[in-house]
Design a protein around this ligand. Sequence first.
Ligand code: IFM
Length: 405
Amino acid sequence: MIKFPENFLWGAATAAYQVEGNNIHSDWWPWEEKAGKERSGAACAHYELYEQDFDLAKSLHHNAHRFSIEWARIEPEEGKFSQDELNHYLQVLLALRARGIEPIVTLHHFTNPVWLSEPGGWENKKSAAYFTRYCDFVVRGLARHVRYWITINEPTIYVSHAFLFGVWPPQSKSFLRMRRAEKNMLAAHIQAYRLIHKIYKALQIPKPFVSISQHMMALVPCSLDWKNRFAAFLRQKLFNESYLDTFARHKTLDFIGVNYYSRQLVDLKKWGLRNLVADVCESNHHPAPQNALGWAIYPEGLYQVLVKLKKYHLPVMITENGICTSDDAQRWQFLKDHLKNIHRAIGEGIPVTGYLYWSLLDNFEWDKGFGPRFGLIDIDYQTQKRTVRESAKKFGRICETHTLE
Ligand code: IFM
């Protein structure tokens, strides 16, 4: 039997664009059409059905829930802020609080208002200032109901997919453009962090906990050959730690939000900059089960990632971890195996304070559309009917007892 701390936060995460539906002022909306992708449309109609969804979360004994605010709803036109939309998110917060669920609120989760994408999106020198101005409006309005803020979700994934690999809007394939966006995102977090603390101080309410959600991969050398170990070390610095290092230097992290899904088997084919950062093993040396998107399932990687965070001396929250699969027994196995590895890390002194499964609901998986099923709760997209999966009920038992039998 494995026992987790009594004050542990248990729950699940979502993101506005993936569940709310009809985010017509966001850059992904016109892009889906232009790029010929599956349309997000009404998604899970969570914008209307959030109370029903939170009832289900409560019935599953969740005591925490992460969701995001859609910037384009709050500021559909540059400089014009919507009090009605802010009020919607206030109602969302009150609905969580009324059910005894602690909200963890994300301010940027991959999408931007269309008006921002036109003058260059995150490449625009003013983007950090625009983001901070939006945060100012939101945080002033909601501060009294929120203790945990995530400024930006997975900034490394966002900048690489949007500006380097060219698979997300604005589909750029340029290292320089990625670096420009990255610089602005780093500045955006630092400015937002300071602003949020300033607002709480002015309102004389207890200090908030502010962080980012950092996507972390277990970087495993395919063989113990020193070249592979060196490449894995370099990738750990670049992909997993560089943003955290910058923010830690600026003292702008109150905890570390970790999103963990998979591993990368590092196998250097030859010396070269590209090879150092991108070569992976293509043979079946270390077979692992996979999720529906073909990502290797590697629970011990979560332990490996967590112990490397010791040097930051900060609390850690798992802000995402999950599997897309049509086999719900596989989801339950995934959950148990990852929780065991978190428990092991806690035992070794890593102060993990919470676990948020990705995701509460099946949802719109970006350029992959609605195919991948990550949810604890199944969505019938024709009828918007919710069905709680067996794995969710078993996870709910852990949330209730803080114990994994
Ligand atoms: O769905 C995404 C989420 O938006 C960010 N983290 C990874 C998830 C699964 O790909």
